[in-house]
Design a protein around this ligand. Structure first.
Ligand SMILES: [Zn+2]
Length: 112
């Protein structure tokens, strides 16, 4: 089964927004909040239920996404997925840096 990389990336964006809100709420209440890794977010998505499984056109060997209309070969799909995950990884790193900084500053405050 092939998932549409564009739609999957959009679903992950949505999940991240949700997480950000939860994180901010936890921060305000002084609760601990563990931000899941990109991989974990991906695992939580119900690809089939959301209609993210691409349909194979056997005559042209192209996959079609019924949701966004992406039309691509298997190679093109892995290329798109790779580019999207690279972009995502850089952003996730920044988020972790932020979390690290925030947790450290919190500990320093507690130590005073
Ligand atoms: Zn799609």
């Amino acid at each position: 089964m092939v998932n549409c990389p564009e739609c999957v990336s959009r679903e992950i964006e949505k999940k991240k927004k949700q997480l950000e809100a939860e994180f901010n709420a936890a921060e305000e209440e002084g609760r601990e909040f563990r931000v899941p890794a990109y991989r974990e977010l991906e695992d939580e998505i119900d690809f089939e239920g959301l209609g993210l499984i691409m349909k194979l056109d056997t005559s042209t060997k192209h996959f079609i996404c019924k949701r966004c209309g992406l039309y691509a070969t298997r190679e093109q799909i892995s290329d798109i997925r790779y580019k999207l995950s690279r972009k995502e990884a850089t952003r996730a790193d920044k988020q972790y840096d932020y979390l690290d900084w925030w947790q450290k500053s919190k500990k320093e405050k507690e130590a005073e």
